[in-house]
Design a protein around this ligand. Structure first.
Ligand code: GLV
Length: 311
């Protein structure tokens, strides 16, 4: 008997169970934590927060799947070195991110923060000249599956798009920058900067005063990476000086953000509670089953984490 344990939101787990019942059982038995049955039978685990003593809990575990796109919540030093870890790369999460970033970009491109202020001031009918999308330069930090999908959608609106990542990528119609030495070139043209970077030691505190200073004056930030990538005081200072005009933050540090935090009241910040994108249980379960098939066949899995890089 081979079993799969799911240890995340149980409501979504029930949808995973239906997919497994249709596509994998009886060969692979689906179990929702804490009903794990015989631990020796568990070969696969999908979790947001795996048990600390993972090898003691599941002595025959072959694969660990993150139930979300990120893996920064995993304590890698506590995971067995030989246990493959797989990120969630599934169509539902990608589509959600494309929707959110499109909403954020279009809101900023069409000056919605300014119109909200004007409405609050009552009867100030003050049109702002509309800029064509082709004249608006957008920069995306992080060109993995999410970044590339976002760039594809923004291009279809006609925006002037560029992307930056650690290693070189090629995306049709998008200016691609790579590595530390090309970061400045991406920043200096990005009126709207979107952060889609994974959280690693290299990206902690990445969105800081030095980076903001390299953007065109009056640029805006859309942050959909991870909270600890942002130096809050530097953002507040850049908004106050006018170097930045507006920020849309879907992630904060900590989460939830305490109700006393200044960001809640900040007129130049829009906050959402880490909802830019969510794993969709139906498609996630299908992708995980396909990855298990690939693993068993000795084929390459989608989203296999490089522990050296941390994503
Ligand atoms: C959400 O941020 C995720 O990692 O899926």
């Amino acid at each position: 008997m081979s079993a799969f344990v799911y240890k995340a939101d149980p409501v979504r787990g029930r949808v995973w169970a239906e997919v497994f019942a249709r596509q994998a059982e009886p060969e692979l038995d689906f179990r929702i934590w804490p009903e794990i049955g015989d631990p020796a039978e568990v070969h696969y685990l999908a979790a947001w927060d795996p048990p600390a003593d993972i090898r003691d809990t599941f002595p025959n575990l072959k694969l660990l799947f993150s139930s979300g796109a990120g893996v920064d919540q995993f304590k890698f030093d506590q995971l067995p070195a030989d246990l493959p870890v797989v990120r969630m790369v599934e169509p539902g999460i990608i589509k959600g991110m494309v929707e959110y970033v499109s909403w954020a970009v279009l809101s900023l491109h069409r000056d919605m923060p300014a119109y909200q202020r004007l409405q609050r001031e009552h009867s100030r009918w003050m049109p702002i000249q509309v800029r064509p999308a082709a004249k608006r330069c957008i920069g995306v930090l992080g060109m993995g599956s999410l970044g590339q999908a976002v760039l594809g959608q923004l291009r279809s609106f006609g925006f002037d798009c560029a992307g930056w990542s650690r290693s070189r990528h090629a995306v049709d119609g998008v200016r691609c920058f790579a590595g530390a030495e090309e970061l400045g070139a991406l920043l200096s043209r990005s009126e709207l900067l979107i952060c889609l970077l994974p959280l690693t030691e290299a990206t902690r505190g990445f969105l800081n005063a030095e980076l903001f200073a390299q953007l065109p004056a009056g640029a805006s930030l859309i942050h959909v990476g991870r909270g600890p990538q942002l130096v809050e005081a530097d953002l507040t200072a850049a908004l106050a000086s006018g170097q930045l005009k507006h920020a849309i933050l879907d992630v904060t540090d900590p989460e939830p953000l305490p109700s006393s935090h200044a960001f809640w009241q900040h007129p130049q910040i829009w906050l959402t509670p880490h909802i830019a994108s969510m794993t969709q249980p139906e498609t996630a379960a299908e992708v995980v089953l396909e990855n298990i098939r690939r693993f068993e066949a000795g084929e390459e899995m989608v989203g296999l984490v490089d522990r050296g890089l941390g994503y």
